[in-house]
Design a protein around this ligand. Sequence first.
Ligand SMILES: Nc1nc2c(ncn2[C@@H]2O[C@H](COP(=O)(O)OP(=O)(O)OP(=O)(O)O)[C@@H](O)[C@H]2O)c(=O)[nH]1
Ligand SMILES: [Mg+2]
Ligand SMILES: [Zn+2]
Length: 322
Amino acid sequence: MSGRRPARSLPTDEPAVGLVVAAHRRHYTVALDDGRSLDCILKGRALTLACGDRVHVAQGPLGATIVAIEPRTSLLYRSDAFKEKLVAANVTQVIGVVAPDVPVDEHLLNRWIIAAETEHCRFVLALNKSDLPDATRFAARFGRYRELGYPVVSVAATRDVEPLYPWISRERSVLIGQSGMGKSTLINALVPGAAARIGALSEALRSGRHTTTSAALYRLPAPGGWLVDSPGMKVFGLAHCTPEALARGFVELRDLIADCRFRDCRHDREPGCAVQAAVHEGRVARQRVELLQSLLAEAATARAPSATPTRARRRDSVSETD
Ligand SMILES: Nc1nc2c(ncn2[C@@H]2O[C@H](COP(=O)(O)OP(=O)(O)OP(=O)(O)O)[C@@H](O)[C@H]2O)c(=O)[nH]1
Ligand SMILES: [Mg+2]
Ligand SMILES: [Zn+2]
């Protein structure tokens, strides 16, 4: 993002191709393949973009306008019955960031994992602020994610981010997490020249705190690699996921679910439920199964006729007002 000469208009009428590097509501910054950076608008409400989207830009009457979007390999987004919030497009990896000095909402963490699995992205859990005194005890809490097969990486954004390098260098990643976990501080440590604004939690009532308000993409030195910084999120609705997709997001339950007697088993009290049998035998964590049940119930409510909006769900880029 940084170091580019901002240009407000294109010299020719030829559409130019580039990468969305900043998204705030319907305004986007596009890094063109020729090296220039352009502030763009998007006409109409049918389309919404996210950082990571490849777009075509043309000069319109209102300035540089995004006229086309290239097909996406992935789209990380969250949704409830009424709206969708795009987080990042074309990512290969989702990095969840947690830290010992902010209460971690583990249900939220599991939702990021499901969102990543649904889009066939790798999920990595970064335990940040490993310099804090209770970091070892904190890390012990997350051993079960490693057991599920997810890399768990301890780092300190303010001291040593080296453990993350092997995971990010050639990937297209998005950092996701609750506010104050240190996502922007990690970006500044990982990306040469990045100047993401960070917030100090110690300030009284958080006034004047530089919380991230919209997503931004930072290129990495290795060709094709980049990182997206996203605003802290308190909720991550998965209303767009089918019951099957939600269940597939639980890696340890995939094979079990195939053995349930009923195809539409809710894994609650149904006879012949292989998931409940595994819970009773201590082979899978009850907490994860409870989360799956609550997600299935939530998805059913979002799909219920009374909850269905008369218009299609509104689509937006993530921002501070979420
Ligand atoms: N001790 C310590 N503090 C850190 C570390 N990383 C970040 N911080 C501090 O944590 C606070 C929040 O950091 P940010 O990078 O703004 O957090 P964020 O996740 O981007 O927050 P939002 O933008 O609100 O989502 C700041 O005061 C940072 O200095 C770390 O590794 N160790
Ligand atoms: Mg931030
Ligand atoms: Zn079942």
